[in-house]
Write a protein that binds this ligand. Structure first.
Ligand code: GRG
Length: 379
């Protein structure tokens, strides 16, 4: 370790660098929001990571995009978007919870997110994330597993250590999300072993359940956790959780789209990795459900393993069969459901008087800007 951990984890570490975002007023607002939330949460996140064993802490800092292997601070930005931490801050605000509850929730969910990516990369054998070697490539599989375990434990510890909050309810909220995350990951892995066509093929409704669990559960937890900590009414926290879960399905579908048609230079992920691995992504499932999908089905069902040229051909056939537009429509359906949840929150604040309607509507407007960004995102 060439840099002392305290320098890396200090609250005075350089502020996160803004990430690229699509053009447009909403996108700009969302980009600023994400940046502001990352800056708000960073000191508490750095403090938490600074409590880890130094070697494990360095791997955690690497996974969070703060340092290079060996511990030197990054020269090129490598952090994630910080979507979950922003949801935690804004969800708490929308429920009238104090900012401190939002920050604690944000730290807890960001640690779990980082942990889940780290272990996911090991399970999938992925060699790059955010344009650089995954933690297991940089440090070895055993150490990376340990770093993931440490992040998980740190998340629970963070949540369980806040006096004056509803810790049991918050831990329940987090553990429900963790159980769902495991369920979603299990289904996703098992889907890879199922055929593309025929009676064993994965149905779009099975995909939705998987995506709600794998991606939506943590987004729902993020949106609700600060409000739960601050003892917001059950109806409010349940609505926030539902909004996050719908957002998760939309987010996963967009992620699938980016995996096929995104620019690998921007996404930081290898091109066509999902197709090459036989991942059951929404655009493919939707395309296979159409009459125009015969050539696609023949290609995917062929006993020959798909190579890069085959994956390019598959991408073209998926688009021809309408898989790309069906996936966008599916994402938009879930975004509309999120919108309806946010409308419900505003209505409840008007009729119940808590939180103050102005505060609730400012926070929900911010959440809507994030939504708009997510459906048009490129990373
Ligand atoms: C929680 C006990 C427990 C186990 C975890 C490994 C695992 C089980 C689940 C995997 C969950 C997973 C990796 C889901 C993918 C979600 C997803 C689309 C991640 C990408 O999120 P972004 O784009 O990432 O927000 P950035 O890079 O911006 O942080």
């Amino acid at each position: 370790m060439s840099t002392p951990p305290s320098a890396l984890f200090s609250a005075a570490a350089p502020r996160p660098v803004p990430l690229p975002a699509p053009a447009g007023a909403d996108a700009e607002r969302a980009s600023r929001l994400l940046e502001r939330c990352r800056a708000l949460v960073r000191p508490a996140l750095s403090d938490a990571v600074g409590r880890l064993h130094p070697w494990v802490g360095e791997m955690a800092a690497y996974s969070l995009g703060w340092c290079e292997p060996g511990g030197a601070p990054v020269t090129v930005p490598a952090s994630g978007k910080g979507l979950r931490q922003a949801l935690a801050v804004l969800g708490a605000k929308a429920a009238g919870a104090p900012a401190s509850a939002g920050v604690t929730a944000a730290v807890a969910v960001e640690l779990v997110h980082t942990f889940s990516l780290l272990h996911d990369d090991i399970m999938d054998g992925d060699q790059t994330r955010r344009g650089r070697p995954t933690a297991w490539k940089a440090y070895g599989t055993g150490p990376a597993v340990l770093a993931g375990d440490a992040l998980f434990a740190l998340s629970v510890e963070t949540l369980a250590a806040v006096p004056g909050t509803d810790i049991p309810a918050a831990v329940r909220q987090l553990s429900t999300a963790l159980g769902d995350l495991v369920r979603g990951q299990a289904d996703d892995l098992l889907f890879e072993t199922r055929p593309w066509t025929g009676s064993g093929a994965v149905r779009p409704d099975e995909y939705r359940v998987m995506a709600e669990h794998k991606t939506g559960a943590l987004l729902g937890c993020a949106a609700a956790l600060g409000a739960v900590l601050a003892r917001a009414p059950r109806g409010t926290t349940a609505t926030l959780d539902r909004a996050g879960r719908h957002l998760g399905v939309a987010f996963q579908v967009i992620d699938d789209l980016l995996g096929i048609w995104g620019d690998p230079m921007v996404t930081g992920k290898p091109v066509h990795a999902d197709l090459l691995r036989g991942k059951k992504t929404y655009p493919v499932l939707a395309a296979l459900g159409t009459r125009a999908a015969r050539p696609l089905a023949r290609l995917l069902d062929s006993p020959r393993t798909l190579d890069e040229a085959g994956a390019r051909r598959a991408a073209a056939l998926i688009e021809e069969a309408g898989g790309r537009s069906a996936a966008l429509a599916e994402a938009h359906r879930h975004v509309a459901a999120v919108d309806a949840c946010l409308d419900g929150l505003i209505e409840a604040s008007r009729t119940g008087g808590h939180p103050a309607p102005v505060a609730a509507s400012r926070a929900t407007d911010d959440l809507r800007a994030l939504l708009a960004f997510l459906v048009r995102r490129e990373v």
